[in-house]
Design a binder for this molecule. Structure first.
Ligand code: ZN
Length: 334
C-alpha cells in the first residue's frame, strides 16, 4: 500500500507540474480528487485493508490529498488568468430598430380620438356579414337598384364581406336604446380593381348619433368640428346632395382642399374641394326596422374613408402605397 501511495504521489505531482492551462489543471484535479479520482479511490479502499494497516494508510493518504490540493492551488496562481472582457461603457449604444404603427392605423386612431372627445363611444362589428345587416336592414331590400352600387364579395354559404361599416349601426341599435352616439372603425370590402384610387379592401369609420331632435345642422356642425380638428381651423365643409338608401336626406361631405386652401390644385382637381365622406339623416324605415320610433327619435349617420383622409393628410395620390408594405414609404410618413 505504501508503495502504491508513493507511486500515485509521484504521478500526481508530475501531472500537476505539466499542466499548462486552467482547463488542464481542472481536469487533473478531477482525475485525482474528484468523485471518481484516483486518490479518492484509494481512500475509499482503506476499508478493505487488514485492520492493522488501516491507520498508516489513512494517515499517508490524507497527507497526500492535502499535498496535492496545495500543489494545485500553487499551480493555479502561476497559470495565466482568464482574460476579462473589457467593456467600454462610454461607447454610444446601437439604437434598436423600432416598429411603428401603419399610417392607416394612425389616421384611424386620430379620427376615433376626435370623435371620442365629442362623446362618441367605439363599437365594432364582424367583417363577414349577412345580407340582412349589410343591405336589407339598411333599407336596401333584394332587387333594390342601390345594391348594384356595391360590388359585393359573396361567400359560398350566402354570407358576404361587408361592403361598408354601416351594418354596425343596425347591430348597435338592435341591442341598445337611444340616445346613442357611436363610431365604428373597421375594414370593408368591394369587388374593385386594385388601381390608384381603389382597393378591394379599405377602411371606414362609421358614425351614428340618435337622440331626440337631432337635426341636419347637428350633423353639419359635428362634421365641421371634425374637419377643423383634423386639418386645421380654416377648414370648411359643404354638404352636397346625394343619395343613399339608408339616409334621407343624404349628402356627400366635401372638405375645403387642405393643400390649396380652395384655390384649386391637382389634388382637388382644381375645384378647391375634396370629398371625404357620405352622410345623412337616418332613414325612418331603418329606425323602424330596429324598433326605434322615428316620431320620437331622429339621428344622423356618416361613413368616411380612412384611406381617402390619409391620402389627403400625407399628400399621396395612389392608394396602393398603403398596401404594398414598402417600408421606405411607410417609414417616410412618420
Ligand atoms: Zn386643392
Amino acid at each position: 500500500m505504501q508503495d502504491k501511495i508513493e507511486k500515485l504521489r509521484e504521478k500526481a505531482l508530475k501531472l500537476i507540474e505539466d499542466v499548462k492551462s486552467s482547463e488542464e489543471l481542472e481536469r487533473a484535479r478531477v482525475s485525482l480528487l474528484g468523485k471518481k479520482g484516483e486518490i479518492t479511490g484509494l481512500i475509499r479502499s482503506i476499508g478493505k485493508l487488514p485492520p492493522e494497516e488501516r491507520p498508516l494508510a489513512g494517515k499517508l493518504l490524507n497527507a497526500l490529498k492535502r499535498e496535492v490540493e496545495e500543489k494545485i492551488e500553487e499551480k493555479r496562481k502561476t497559470l495565466p488568468k482568464v482574460r476579462k472582457v473589457k467593456i467600454d461603457t462610454s461607447i454610444p449604444g446601437r439604437r434598436p430598430k423600432t416598429g411603428a404603427l401603419h399610417p392607416l392605423t394612425r389616421i384611424e386612431e386620430e379620427i376615433v380620438d376626435i370623435f371620442m372627445r365629442m362623446g362618441f363611444s367605439v363599437e365594432y362589428g364582424p367583417e363577414i356579414e349577412t345580407d340582412y345587416y349589410n343591405f336589407t336592414a339598411l333599407n336596401t331590400p333584394e332587387h333594390h337598384p342601390a345594391r348594384d352600387l356595391h360590388d359585393t364579395f359573396y361567400l359560398e354559404d350566402g354570407n358576404l364581406l361587408r361592403t361598408h361599416t354601416s351594418p354596425v349601426q343596425i347591430r348597435v341599435m338592435e341591442k341598445k336604446k337611444p340616445p346613442l352616439r357611436i363610431i365604428s372603425p373597421g375594414r370593408a370590402y368591394r369587388f374593385d380593381p386594385f388601381d390608384p384610387s381603389h382597393s378591394p379592401v379599405f377602411h371606414q369609420v362609421e358614425g351614428l348619433w340618435v337622440d331626440r331632435d337631432v337635426s341636419f345642422s347637428d350633423l353639419k356642425g359635428t362634421l365641421e368640428a371634425f374637419g377643423k380638428e383634423l386639418f386645421g381651423k380654416e377648414t370648411r365643409i359643404k354638404l352636397v346632395p346625394h343619395y343613399f338608401p339608408f339616409t334621407e336626406p343624404s349628402a356627400e361631405v366635401h372638405l375645403s382642399c387642405p393643400f390649396c386652401k380652395e384655390k384649386g390644385c391637382r389634388v382637388c382637381k382644381y375645384t378647391g374641394w375634396v370629398e371625404i365622406a357620405g352622410c345623412g339623416m337616418v332613414h325612418p324605415e331603418v329606425l323602424r326596422g330596429v324598433g326605434i320610433d322615428p316620431y320620437q327619435w331622429t339621428g344622423f349617420a356618416f361613413g368616411m374613408g380612412v384611406e381617402r383622409i390619409a391620402m389627403l393628410r400625407y399628400g399621396i395620390d395612389d392608394i396602393r402605397n398603403f398596401y404594398e408594405n414598402d417600408l421606405r414609404f411607410i417609414e417616410g410618413l412618420r
